[in-house]
Design a protein around this ligand. Structure first.
Ligand SMILES: [Zn+2]
Length: 327
């Protein structure tokens, strides 16, 4: 990993619209006159769990631009990002200077990264941030062909450059509705700045949002569920649910979810509309009013359940595991 964003292009580039968003759930904040995209690059790291704790304690949902080899080496940390309500994007396999690569090398790098992230989290990224913000038209078209929109940033927190907590907070104070800020996983200063960043945003009626894969701008979180609770519900033990998508066809795909740590459980899974679940097995499902959030409970058929989802025009989104509760 590298935090040396010394060479970068201040480019907010255009790319084709990609249908679908990565996750479904609204912010719980009451007054949101606009949304901003908080992004954390270069994870997952050994301190991802510390970052997630700060984010959840401050009611923040953010976008994590993961490095592929980090996701492969820290699978549980990548899973924890999604379980905490974060969106995950592609930040290349090894943080190389990608504009020096051939088109084939770009394709291989980004594809390998998305596969590693999907393997760890159950979700294939729909957003791509080039390392150092360095890009060109070939790289953008490769990202597009892999179903990802390129996202740079409007505000650089300078956390990678040794900025103090107060400087990071001041830089975040420049954020306007729709804009995106660059921060990083792995820095104590960044974590320490988050409560003050949130206080500033709240005072301006701005809320953390998701980054639209159509426009690259920060928008309201999509869908119908609330983020998982900060602490497990009373009496409910913890368990872990891991999703894979073993079968993908032209119009549908199968998801297989394996639960560990409990033999009776309830797993909450969010689907991105207009995708629709048409078949389930090895569990008992109930749905929320939006029809996009399924709670699957064990029914004596073991610890692996599954379901078939129709694309309905969105072939990129994958189900989000929202929580796993034992008992
Ligand atoms: Zn980076």
């Amino acid at each position: 990993m590298s935090l040396r964003h010394v060479i970068r292009l201040a480019v907010v580039a255009t790319a084709v619209a990609i249908g679908g968003v990565a996750v479904a759930a609204p912010s719980s904040a009451a007054t949101c006159n606009g949304y901003v995209g908080l992004t954390f690059d270069d994870g997952p790291t050994g301190s991802t769990s510390a970052l997630l704790t700060v984010l959840r304690n401050n009611g923040v949902r953010a976008t994590m631009f993961n490095i592929g080899q980090n996701a492969q080496n820290n699978r549980s940390a990548a899973q924890a990002q999604v379980a905490a309500g974060m969106w995950v994007g592609n930040h290349s396999w090894s943080h190389a200077h990608m504009t020096t690569m051939s088109q084939a090398q770009m394709q291989s790098d980004l594809s390998q990264t998305s596969t590693a992230i999907q393997s760890a989290t159950g979700t294939r990224p729909v957003l791509f941030r080039p390392p150092y913000g360095e890009t060109n038209s070939t790289l953008q078209s490769v990202a597009s062909s892999l179903g990802m929109r390129q996202v740079i940033w409007d505000v650089d927190s300078q956390d990678w450059n040794g900025a103090s907590v107060s400087t990071i907070v001041a830089n975040a104070g420049r954020l306007q509705a729709g804009q995106v800020i660059l921060m990083h996983d792995g820095l104590q200063t960044t974590r320490d700045a988050i409560p003050q960043i949130m206080a500033n945003l709240t005072s301006r009626n701005l809320c953390p949002g998701m980054i639209s894969s159509s426009t690259g701008r920060a928008v309201a979180p999509d869908g119908g569920s609330t983020p998982p609770p900060t602490t497990p519900p009373p009496g409910g033990g913890s368990c872990t649910a891991t999703a894979t998508t073993p079968n993908v066809w032209g119009d549908r795909y199968n998801t297989s979810v394996t639960v560990s740590g409990a033999s009776t459980w309830a797993v909450v899974v969010a689907i991105t509309a207009p995708q629709k679940v048409v078949t389930i097995w090895n569990g008992t499902a109930t749905w929320d009013s939006s029809g996009n959030v399924m709670t699957m409970r064990s029914n004596g058929s073991g610890n692996t359940f599954g379901f078939t989802t129709m694309f309905n025009g969105n072939s990129s989104a994958r189900p989000q595991i929202r929580s796993c509760t034992a008992g």
